[in-house]
Design a binder for this molecule. Sequence first.
Ligand code: ADP
Ligand code: MG
Length: 253
Amino acid sequence: MSILKLKGITKQYGENTVLHGIDLDINKGEVVSIIGPSGSGKSTLLRCINLLEVPNEGQIFLEDQEVSYRVNKLKKLTYSSKNKISSYRSQVGMVFQHFNLWSHKSVLENIIEGPIKVKKENKQEAIEKAKKLLDRVGLIDKINASPRDLSGGQQQRIAIARALAMEPQVMLFDEATSALDPELVGEVLKIMTSLAEEGMTMVVVTHEMKFAEKVSDKVIFMDKGHIVEVGTPEDVFYHGKQPRLNSFLNKIQ
Ligand code: ADP
Ligand code: MG
């Protein structure tokens, strides 16, 4: 069953077209990794999926419902679409390269803010849920800590817990381990792997090829704003057809 579908997503910055009519169909429980050179449009694609960036053209469907976004002449979301979009966004969690935690709030406050403000959850229930999530990412002892006092790996695990607290249908990860010291990468990949194994639908932009090979149902190679190749990890990593894909894989290995 298709959970997230993109049709013809195009994004321009001024004269520069960075996404050229991207089509993508993601099934429930599927893990899709996106690989490709720097500047190929991977982050822009994820940002368009959760409407942090507004596409110039194209349609987005969540569970076959079209997500209607409207923009004014200044290409800003209009007020009425903003309300709908915050409800859509709560269903599409995102984890960023640089964590983006609120540094002036405690770990607990970071996690319960969205559920209380956006989903109008009762505070006590939000706290109970946050505790379970902290337990699952192995950081229950940091519940009252400030993100400033945590390692990068711990901050990213909190950011994952924060996204999960919204009970999203899909999780987007944009190079979630790229800003981490090498010895901290494993603890974050371990949580992402366990989420994948539990059936979370995930779209993962990553440079961790072994991880992508292990957890993905589908791998997408992007170059210059196009999807150039799509297939199973086996297809893409070992039987790539496009010279651009093979030259990219040779460079990073
Ligand atoms: P990737 O994540 O694959 O490295 P990005 O999606 O970040 O690529 O960028 C794709 C292209 O879009 C790049 O040429 C980049 O310079 C451009 N771009 C990204 N964000 C902006 C922006 N806010 N304004 C103008 N150009 C942008
Ligand atoms: Mg990027």
